[in-house]
Design a protein around this ligand. Structure first.
Ligand code: ATP
Length: 476
């Protein structure tokens, strides 16, 4: 048979094998991994493919070699293994075989039939040379992280991951309200891993960056580079994962990235503002994967932790400028008053420090109250609906998801109404806003809930006591 006849026969065989492969490994895998392969020929029982990237070649050999060989045999080819080489410009215009890459072929790690990857000169791909990680804040280290009861478990888990030893949980999922130290802990892990193992490929991105890079890659037809980058890291850290909720393609890509890394036993660290099960519009399969490892909650700060953070910060300021003197009762006062989040607490101290440097005298309680009047005013009424829901759920021993969910049984409905009532009383949110935070309920449901509690409380001393206790907890 002439060359053209052989080429046609080869093409027909490959088309048939592809049909089998699509059924066997699923459309997504097929489009991602098999479509970019170019069958160059068959020599001595070896299927020879060219691949656009080294990563794709490695991946195909590791995951699909057996399937490819079997489907080709089924389609009539007499082959026992495959060989992939990086695509190179052809050596002449009429399609002579492409030049083989220079170094000796490396044995593939593939399962099943023998496979070889010939991946060209031994230059690291871009992903290995320079990982485009999101910027890490130099202040966000373990040394600067103050540990207290509300965050001790999250801190211990982060430390464990930062040791970089055998993976004990994957992923580590850190969640908590605004400004409670999630990003700080993520950066601390990345710093520590980089310090201890400089060769480790640690990639930290916010979920937003993940999405924009994905969209960019799609637009610029560089999706394989994108996959290569995210699947070739040793540790992947994604901050604020709730951002991808409702964004279908990004979720899909995140899902595959996640699976690929877990398959390779690479560590993943995720943060979010709430527990996996409470992130609305996140696909179930992602929610369940996020729960595979260790899910840890950063609780709202308590007085002792806030005081500890203030003392640590003040020490840092004083190391730079020993003339700054802040009376001890000022820190206690701030730790009592500013309960919203650590970011606000830090902001208050920074302002005091700037003020003290300017006026050149000790910061007394009076001066602090003056200087921080606006922050203190806001703090006094800054309780969030999420905090209220969490505290009320804890108090009545129900799950937070049930507080927001649709079930109407009395044991859930009453705590829900209490939380609605407190949300109305302690926050400045409108009724429709509150409704949205309670699983998208209508504002009339909130009015009903508030009235119900008002009605009951007059006759039910236990409920009155519950409300008193909850108010105290929420304002401390
Ligand atoms: N335990 C802590 N010790 C020292 N600093 C802390 C601690 N917790 C939080 N901070 C500081 O509070 C600020 C806010 O923390 P961070 O940015 O980590 O919050 P976050 O939980 O990621 O919030 P967001 O949801 O807004 O992203 C940072 O400056 C961080 O250093």
């Amino acid at each position: 048979m002439g060359k053209i006849g052989q080429d046609l026969e080869l093409q027909a065989m490959w088309t048939e094998a592809c049909t089998g492969l699509r059924d066997r490994i699923g459309r997504n895998n097929f489009v991602t991994w098999i479509e970019p392969l170019q069958l160059r020929g068959v020599t001595d029982g070896v299927l020879r493919f060219s691949v656009p990237t080294r990563f794709l070649g490695d991946w195909v050999v590791r995951h699909f070699a057996e399937a490819i060989v079997q489907e080709c045999v089924r389609a009539g080819a007499q082959v026992t293994r495959l060989d992939v080489a990086l695509a190179r410009p052809r050596t002449d215009a009429d399609g002579a075989p492409m030049a083989r890459a220079t170094p000796a072929p490396r044995a593939g790690t593939g399962d099943g039939p023998g496979a070889q990857v010939d991946i060209g000169p031994d230059t690291p791909p871009e992903a290995e040379a320079d990982l485009p990680s999101g910027p890490l804040d130099p202040r966000f280290t373990f040394d600067n992280f103050v540990v207290g009861k509300p965050n001790e478990l999250a801190h211990a888990a982060a430390r464990r991951v930062a040791e970089g030893g055998a993976i004990t949980f994957n992923p580590l999922f850190l969640y908590g309200g605004v400004g409670l130290g999630k990003t700080h802990l993520m950066h601390a892990i990345a710093w520590e891993l980089r310090r201890q193992q400089p060769g480790l490929r640690v990639l930290y991105v916010s979920a937003e960056q993940f999405m924009y890079r994905f969209v960019d890659a799609l637009r610029n037809k560089q999706i394989m580079d994108f996959k290569q980058l995210f699947r070739s890291v040793d540790v992947l850290m994604v901050d604020d994962v709730q951002f991808i909720a409702g964004k279908e393609s990004t979720q899909e890509e995140f899902f595959h990235t996640f699976n690929a890394l877990v398959d390779q036993r690479k560590q993943i660290v995720i943060s979010a503002d709430r527990a996996p099960g409470e992130i609305k519009d996140l696909e179930d399969r992602i929610t369940s994967r996020l729960q595979w490892g260790l899910v840890v909650d950063l609780h709202p700060t308590d007085y002792e932790l806030r005081l500890g953070i203030l003392q640590t910060k003040l020490e840092a300021f004083r190391a730079q400028d020993p003339n700054v003197v802040v009376a001890p009762d000022v820190l206690e006062f701030l730790a009592h008053k500013i309960t919203t989040n650590v970011r606000v607490l830090e902001g208050a101290l920074t302002r005091l420090h700037a003020f003290a440097s300017l006026v050149g005298r000790e910061i007394t309680l009076e001066l602090a109250q003056d200087c921080l009047a606006d922050i203190l005013r806001v703090s006094e009424r800054r309780v969030t609906i999420e905090e209220i829901q969490r505290k009320v759920a804890e108090h009545y021993n129900i799950r937070l998801s049930d507080m927001i969910g649709p079930k109407r049984v009395r044991t859930l409905a009453r705590p829900r109404q209490v939380a609605m009532y407190l949300s109305k009383e302690l926050t400045a949110k409108s009724l429709p806003d509150i409704g949205r935070r309670f699983g998208g309920r209508d504002h009339t449901t909130i009015i009903h809930g508030v009235r119900k509690v008002e009605e009951l409380v007059a006759a039910d001393p236990q409920l009155a006591e519950d409300l008193r206790l909850l108010r105290r907890l929420l304002s401390s």
